[in-house]
Design a protein around this ligand. Sequence first.
Ligand SMILES: Nc1ncnc2c1ncn2[C@@H]1O[C@H](COP(=O)(O)OP(=O)(O)O)[C@@H](O)[C@H]1O
Ligand SMILES: O=C(OP(=O)(O)O)[C@H](O)COP(=O)(O)O
Ligand SMILES: [Mg+2]
Length: 407
Amino acid sequence: MAKKTVDALGAAELRGKRALVRVDFNVPLDESAQITDDTRIRAALPTIRQLIDGGARVILVSHLGRPKGFDDQLRLSPVAKRLGELLSKPVAKVDDVIGPEVEEAVKKLQDGDVLLLENVRFYPEEEKNNPEFAQKLASLADLYVNDAFGTAHRAHASTEGVARYLRPAVAGLLLQKELEYLGKALESPERPVLAIMGGAKVSDKIQLIQNMLTKVDSIVIGGAMAYTFLKAQGIATGASRCETSTTKKDGTTIDLLKLALDLLAEAKERGVTFLLPVDHRTNDKFADSDTPNVTPDANIPEGQMALDIGPKTEALYVAEVKKARTVIWNGPMGVFELPGFSHGTFAVAQALAESDNLSIVGGGDSASAAEKAGIVDQLSHVSTGGGASLEFLEGKILPGVAALDEA
Ligand SMILES: Nc1ncnc2c1ncn2[C@@H]1O[C@H](COP(=O)(O)OP(=O)(O)O)[C@@H](O)[C@H]1O
Ligand SMILES: O=C(OP(=O)(O)O)[C@H](O)COP(=O)(O)O
Ligand SMILES: [Mg+2]
């Protein structure tokens, strides 16, 4: 990677200096806002420790979820607590991102102290990459470190804009490790290459498939993304979560059903195997069940919500995993957080663990699923980024990386 990293910063550049560090602490939470998986917090520890050891004053900034304004459910206080436990040292937390309270807390920092700011997405200026907001963030510190690989595909104020106003701007150790691993592993991957896609961020990730079709031999789709493809072909999706359109930043609308049909046609033309669920596990509401209904075919009955792939689909997808030499997986096959609907995700995870292929699992929730399945040690790489790893693998330049100083 041709970007400068924290390793290049010597004692003079660190001791007593305020380091603004963008991390991705967008961790999965349960209904009572408890952290269910701390993979992303643990992944940021090497950079934070290196800065502490160097005598820097560490100011951490992250988003959590997709809040619309200030939201008590999405405060970063539980993250500060967990980080303090992992570092075995207190982590101060402020309830804002910019402004007098934050400036006061920064002034109080001693060398080696750690401060966590509030959820940066409480400010709409963050996602708009507002220059004044980025400048205010920059004014808090003497140097900038980006270690948020999972958010490096977003050109937001704390990932991209801030680097325009704050130098040095360097990569953290996690960001560096992810780019190095993913870059090397997928330079000339052993074929066949399989991409497994699922999860809930349908409108974001369906737009990456077109590029993916030029790189992989097969694609299997699970999670909520599957229902967009099924509906596009006239298959009933019942009460399932099904995205049919999305609005771009410039205000234009994308018809996802049309996109789905175009993608299916292009896959056929290119000879890329494209598998969709042929059955589902369902419930009449978004809730767990000891005895999920199983549909006889791909149609989802009226009033039923598909929450996992069905047993026939599971077998098909497991077979596909066993055929592949390289597998890239982003997005759970179902709502694996609910035990009754975790079967599809865990079956695919198990197949990956048992195969001797190169296996890369990416994404905050997919990493959590791999952890829950107990297979992390049997994978080649667990990436902290889902969308970010997919965009990187497509050859896109990640804005959060582009903004950093050259080595
Ligand atoms: N059929 C489904 N309906 C609704 N949500 C789903 C479905 N299948 C998976 N999900 C949800 O998708 C979420 C993860 O999506 P996403 O953030 O895109 O993945 P990742 O974090 O791995 O990149 C999980 O919380 C899971 O519950
Ligand atoms: O969780 C994330 O991505 P992922 O779900 O694709 O792994 C990142 O924190 C980015 O979050 P965003 O997709 O709301 O910008
Ligand atoms: Mg996620």
